[in-house]
Design a protein around this ligand. Structure first.
Ligand SMILES: [Fe+2]
Ligand SMILES: [Fe+2]
Length: 185
């Protein structure tokens, strides 16, 4: 567990991938099934709102499936390569070669999945914002609304750390000449 004054822009890339796994990926693996279960319970408990909950659950199901496969790609493919790249460059050796070419290629795919996730959140946001409104609303609406607001906030931070910090730093390190890479962070 990484603690105190964690700076994603200045830490080792291996610490950053560990932070993303432990913070954002662990959160999503717990939260996505929980929200799915709450949607199923809401469907059973609220016949009057069934059409809206079904439409929401369709977008949420697509979001969950996209994220499930996305997290696996990061943890099983990209992050281990990033960690290997950092070790190799710190040892003063050239960037390792991969079957798929430069790391920019898998990174482009992951960025496109972030954009898809964002579009799905945009589609769901007006509904959960209404569910979370204070007032005389059913408990399921309030509970789902609050959890989805938390999910949205975590996703914004998660995607920012990857798109704006991890991915550009990785591409920069891979392209760095050997003479400058040995002491690079
Ligand atoms: Fe991630
Ligand atoms: Fe990601």
């Amino acid at each position: 567990m990484i603690t105190q004054a964690f700076d994603p822009a200045a830490c080792a890339l291996a610490d950053l991938t560990q932070h993303i796994r432990e913070t954002h990926h662990t959160y999503l693996r717990a939260e996505l099934p929980l929200i799915w279960d709450l949607l199923r319970e809401a469907l059973a408990a609220s016949p009057a709102a069934r059409a809206e909950i079904r439409a929401f659950a369709q977008a949420f199901g697509q979001f969950r499936a996209t994220l499930d496969s996305h997290l696996r790609k990061e943890e099983e493919i990209l992050f281990p390569f990033v960690e290997q790249l950092e070790r190799t460059r710190q040892a003063g050796m050239p960037s390792p070669r991969h079957g798929f070419g430069a790391l920019a290629l898998p990174i482009e795919i992951l960025e496109a999945e972030h954009a898809l996730g964002d579009r799905l959140l945009d589609r769901m946001r007006p509904i959960w914002q209404r569910w979370a409104l204070p007032g005389d609303t059913p408990a399921w609406q309030r509970s789902l609304g609050e959890r989805l607001i938390g999910l949205d906030a975590d996703m914004q931070r998660h995607v920012y750390v990857e798109d704006a910090i991890l991915f550009p730093r990785t591409i920069q390190l891979e392209e760095m000449p050997c003479s400058s890479a040995a002491g690079a962070r």
